[in-house]
Write a protein that binds this ligand. Sequence first.
Ligand SMILES: [Zn+2]
Length: 206
Amino acid sequence: MIAHARRPDWRTALLDTIYRLPADYVPPRLVSTSRTGIQAGFEVRREVIRDLRALAAASRAADAGIAVWSSYRSYGEQAGAFDLWVRTGGYRDALRKSARPGHSEHQLGTAIDFRSADALKAPWDYADWGKTKPGRWMGENAWRYGFILSYPQGASAETCYGYEPWHYRYVGRELAAEIQASGSTLRRYLWEHFASVELDDPQPEP
Ligand SMILES: [Zn+2]
């Protein structure tokens, strides 16, 4: 497994089943989502706030309001989340549905799992959240606000994970527009343009 340098670039750091963040990596400048007009109780990198606020307002204006289900998760919290998936469905199933600790985009402080604003229900408890009004609106518009869907449908061979219509990663409007125009998945795009430039020596998995 390959660990990124201590200070990975939050925009371009590639995280998948191979690349991971150091266990002690905590993003600088974590702030509460209460500043976005969505809801309090979650943290993201400060760089995300302005566009998250704009995204939330635009979704409400389109009558497709979104809210946050989950955002920043520490290495330890991700370890707990992964263990829970292992206990409920087994290790192989967990690998498809969740990232092992260090491999999650949530540890960057820029990934958000969204839900519908009008129902306090996990997005994975829908047949396909991507087909709900908020999910569809996000699929069409999130990139305009700098958010890219990390794990689109039918792309698991390339993204390492199953379809997650709720999981978006913020990369800034400029890079998001480039990725959207390329038609590529986030992982492939980062791999082709930015991989291997900021890596520590390979370290054994803990
Ligand atoms: Zn997620």
